[in-house]
Design a protein around this ligand. Structure first.
Ligand SMILES: Nc1nc2c(ncn2[C@@H]2O[C@H](COP(=O)(O)OP(=O)(O)OP(=O)(O)O)[C@@H](O)[C@H]2O)c(=O)[nH]1
Ligand SMILES: [Mg+2]
Length: 201
């Protein structure tokens, strides 16, 4: 039975930093990944709303932590993307701190949806965040995004590469192909969110 109706999701609030978030109860699942990896598009695809999480052709657009309410006790969190080349070093460090402090200090975070462009997975900063999440016992759903950009055989090659690299963590990380454009992996994403919600509510 589908316990959550993602179509009912609405924008709740944006904050520059976790310490400005006043709601401290309920369950949160955060979407994290490089700038342009497809976080906002995934939230839009999941909720069947074209512009809920604003997405832009200009990467690096999302600078705030954006909260979306699916149910009174369940929120999706769109974290700022990291690693956008055009951003100054001081801004990069600032964004990294925003993301790290959210991951370390959110009392509501119960799962991480980790988005990586299937063509460029497991970059250094991705690996740092995976480490941080594992050390903080936050389970991860890894989505290899924009899979529509590769042939099926190249998708398999990339999937296997990531699978091998993360083989020691596969009890904590699930990996799926994903495309917001072609609606690949959305059922798996919903299933995982529903599981986390059921487990922690
Ligand atoms: N082909 C294809 N393009 C996609 C897909 N998902 C996102 N995109 C495109 O990739 C670009 C970035 O997508 P966003 O969803 O804004 O990425 P983001 O991770 O939210 O980026 P930041 O907010 O900068 O961190 C946009 O131009 C999207 O249209 C997909 O599944 N397939
Ligand atoms: Mg975004």
């Amino acid at each position: 039975m589908n316990i959550l109706n993602y179509k009912k999701t609405f924008f709740l609030k944006s904050v520059p930093n976790i310490f400005d978030m006043t709601i401290k109860n309920g369950i949160e699942v955060a979407f994290v990944g490089y700038s342009n990896s497809g976080k906002s598009s995934a939230i839009n695809a999941l909720t069947h709303k074209k512009k809920l999480a604003r997405f832009s052709k200009v990467p690096g657009c999302t600078k705030l932590i954006n909260f979306f309410q699916v149910a009174s006790d369940f929120r999706l969190v769109d974290l700022p993307g990291y690693g956008y080349a055009q951003v100054s070093m001081s801004k990069k460090i600032y964004l990294k701190n925003v993301i790290y402090s959210y991951l370390k200090h959110s009392e509501c975070l119960k799962g991480l949806v980790f988005l990586m462009d299937i063509r460029h997975p497991l970059k250094v900063f991705d690996l740092n965040i995976i480490d941080l999440a594992i050390n903080n016992e936050i389970p991860i759903l890894l989505l290899l995004t924009k899979c529509d950009k590769l042939t099926v055989s190249d998708q398999k090659i990339q999937f296997n590469k990531v699978y091998k690299e993360l083989k020691y963590f596969l009890n904590k990380i699930h990996i799926h192909l994903f495309s917001s454009l072609k609606k690949v992996g959305i059922t798996e994403l919903k299933k995982q969110l529903n599981l986390w919600y059921k487990k922690y509510r």
